[in-house]
Design a protein around this ligand. Structure first.
Ligand code: BEZ
Length: 214
């Protein structure tokens, strides 16, 4: 079982998908990426999850994020199920779903957790930066659908903190105040944050959110 950690390079692969054969790195290009697995086609929670991701396309596009899904079901299954997702979730699935019947990608990314289920993938998410480093992972059980608003929130934080010496506090949302990284001295902060900042404690300084760049 693979044990990919934050900061490691996301492994590349070729895969059969609902949109044809795809090389993962070619698909990502210079964009951010999300690779996420679901346990099985034609299941209720997965149907709502993939429909939600399809309905969030504008949000992912706005953040320059390319999305790819995966399960160990085959292409025929994906094709039929996509029709159901489109019909029941009032959408059109607009991202590729990997048909990982031989578990090549699932094993590469450690998406099968044998003590949870020895054949099906769990609900894994990998957020990948344009340099292909893994920036976030999460693992949910089969019985709990993921919160894709939280995923967008993390991507906003990652994109903000990739280009500014700030971090985002608990429950932060795009537009709210951020904290200044501890590595920044007050002298540097004076120049970096011309609108000013508040010193709550010497290690806890808050400032208005800098502009979001990608
Ligand atoms: C679901 O997507 O509803 C599901 C899939 C596998 C196990 C339990 C629930």
């Amino acid at each position: 079982m693979s044990d990919l950690r934050l900061g490691e390079k996301a492994p590349n692969f070729d895969a059969e998908t609902s949109e044809g054969k795809i090389n993962f790195y070619d698909y990502l290009g210079d964009s951010w990426g999300i690779l996420f697995s679901h346990p099985a086609d034609y299941t209720p929670v997965c149907t709502t999850e993939l429909g939600t991701v399809a309905n969030y396309k504008a949000e992912f596009d706005k953040r320059d994020v390319k999305v790819m899904a995966l399960s160990v079901d085959g292409l025929k299954s994906h094709e039929g199920w996509i029709k159901d997702i489109n019909e029941t979730q009032n959408t059109r699935v607009n991202f590729p779903i990997i048909a990982d019947e031989d578990r090549k990608v699932s094993d590469l990314y450690g998406m099968i957790h044998p003590k949870a289920d020895d054949t099906l993938t769990v609900r894994s998410v990998f957020v990948i930066a344009p340099d292909k480093s893994i920036k976030m992972t999460l693992t949910y059980p089969a019985s709990t659908g993921r919160n894709f608003d939280e995923l967008l929130r993390v991507i906003d934080s990652l994109q903000l903190t990739a280009y500014n010496k700030v971090a985002t506090p608990a429950n932060w949302k795009n537009g709210e105040d951020v904290v200044i990284s501890p590595s920044v001295s007050n002298e540097e902060a004076d120049k970096m944050f011309p609108k000013g900042y508040k010193v709550v404690k010497p290690y806890l300084r808050t400032t208005a959110q800098p502009e979001l760049k990608k």
